[in-house]
Design a protein around this ligand. Structure first.
Ligand code: UD1
Ligand code: UDP
Length: 438
């Protein structure tokens, strides 16, 4: 019998980042169903991406729409459960950190259907963010973790997940970005976005902690108005339109010559806009990743990020929401070519654009080995001890585990620095945290 996958999506970034995976699933002839929760429903937040990314219409649209977290999540859980009971897939794939991920992961795991969490392991360690709760809950419920970087793999190891369930694959956003920018460039005469003159900074903003907070939003708007040396193109998320209106800030922006407010644009148009931009300013997760992929310095309107790799690589700066800091930093980058180029040249930590291929390779291999199942564990906790031991021998991790078949290496410490337990890692002089099965 052949495998059947259920792919759950709900919002704009999930459609974009799942699209390369769906292409790969189709390429390999795997049976799949596409479930849209309907969290995003405006044409420019949903349907446009199905057109741009040439995706089939969802097999199901639960149509949850907007609402409180409780209401939205409850409706998703109920809707997804009904579908899964009927369709009985072998695997459910969720992506990222939205309410769809939380709902899909909870309901599938309770039905004993394994969950593959794409873009797992991200942590901002800020529990005031709804997305952080979604990430943590989804990770607890998942069976397979497709993590973008070693750093995200380590977050999961420290949360107690097993290394054999973690696959470092890069982020599918790179696949989406590389592939679709080429398509966008071919269609560039058809872009519906005006060709703004001069230097452009693309701005997006929709995080609850920024746009629902009057003081923060006011500060950011004041900074944008003052930054008149660059044209700021701002495709506005519907959440942001609502609160800008509520706080009486929309008119102010509309009346500012160098700020160009536009509706959210499709993926192809957005990639074209990005490729023409000198800077990106955002509080979006996906955009922090796309900026470093496309070599555009990124100014992030947040105090923390679950994408610290972009900051460590030197391509992203966390600005928070203080007017002075935002203005000073943008000016510093624009007026200092050396600093600008350093940011531009930051190495992309999210892979080479082959993440979907890696994810599907892992899924197929587990399915063929009969490991894509949720079953009672053979070794229960009381037979399992954890120890920290020092290795003196010159031996690779894979070989060490082969010889000591009752030991699984969890985390390796090299001079106090945690490392992912890669089979090729030489363990000499390292401390290792192990699980021992008696
Ligand atoms: C959601 C995700 C967030 C993700 C973002 C991507 C959660 C908790 N949040 O936030 O992690 O970064 O999507 O964009 O899952 N609205 C419309 N039309 C739409 C969709 C929304 O007008 O098609 C308006 C509604 O007024 C709604 C508001 O936007 O109340 C917020 O939408 P919601 O889906 O609750 O969260 P997002 O802010 O979009
Ligand atoms: N995006 C788009 N059109 C826009 C704004 C953003 O296609 O007008 C894309 C962007 O390229 C990225 C994704 O939407 O891939 C990011 O979505 P969003 O910022 O809504 O969510 P987040 O990534 O923060 O969860």
């Amino acid at each position: 019998m052949s495998m059947k996958i259920a792919v759950v999506i709900g919002t704009r970034p999930e459609i974009i980042k799942m699209a390369p995976l769906i292409d790969e699933i189709e390429k390999r002839g795997i049976n799949y169903i596409l479930i849209h929760t309907g969290q995003h429903y405006d044409h420019e937040m949903s349907d446009q991406f199905f057109i741009d990314l040439e995706l089939k219409k969802p097999d199901y649209n639960i149509g949850v729409g907007s609402g409180s977290h409780g209401e939205q999540t409850a409706n998703m859980i109920k809707g997804i459960e009904d579908i899964l009971l009927d369709e009985k897939p072998d695997l459910v794939l969720v992506q990222g950190d939205t309410n769809a991920v939380l709902s899909g992961a909870i309901v599938s795991s309770k039905l004993h259907i394994p969950v593959g969490h794409v873009e797992a392991g991200l942590r901002s360690y800020d529990k005031s963010m709804p997305e952080e709760i979604n990430r943590e809950v989804a990770d607890i419920c998942s069976k397979l973790y497709f993590v973008p970087t070693e750093e995200s793999a380590l977050n999961l190891l420290f949360a107690g997940m097993d290394p054999e369930d973690i696959f470092i694959t890069g982020n599918t956003v790179v696949d989406a970005c590389i592939r679709n920018l080429k398509i966008a460039e071919k269609k560039s005469n058809n872009t519906s976005t005006p060709n703004f003159q001069g230097e452009i900074m693309t701005l997006t903003m929709h995080r609850a902690e920024n746009v629902d907070n009057q003081e923060r939003l006011q500060n950011i708007v004041d900074a944008l108005i003052e930054l008149d040396e660059i044209t700021i193109v701002f495709p506005i998320h519907p959440r942001t339109v609502k609160t800008l209106e509520k706080f009486d800030l929309l008119k102010k922006l509309e009346n500012t010559e160098h700020i160009k407010l536009i509706k959210p644009v499709g993926y192809l148009d957005f990639l074209l806009l990005l490729s023409r931009s000198k800077l990106v300013m955002t509080d979006s997760g996906g955009l922090q990743e796309e900026a470093i992929t496309l070599d555009i310095p990124c100014m992030t309107l947040r105090y923390n990020t679950e994408r610290p790799e972009t900051v460590e690589a030197g391509g992203n700066i966390l600005l928070g929401s203080e007017k002075k800091k935002i203005i000073e930093n943008v000016r510093k980058i624009l007026n200092n070519t050396e600093r600008y180029n350093e940011m531009k040249e930051a190495i992309n930590p999210y892979g080479a654009g082959d993440s979907s291929k890696k994810i599907l390779d892992a899924i197929l291999s587990l399915y063929e080995d009969g490991k894509l199942k949720i079953s009672v564990p053979e070794n229960i906790m009381k037979n399992r001890t954890r120890k920290l031991i020092k290795i003196n021998d010159d031996i690779k991790l894979g070989e060490f585990e082969r010889i000591n078949s009752n030991i699984k290496v969890n985390i390796v410490f090299d001079n106090g620095n945690p490392l992912y337990p890669d089979n090729e890692l030489n363990l000499k002089d390292k401390l290792i945290l192990i699980k021992e099965f008696i």
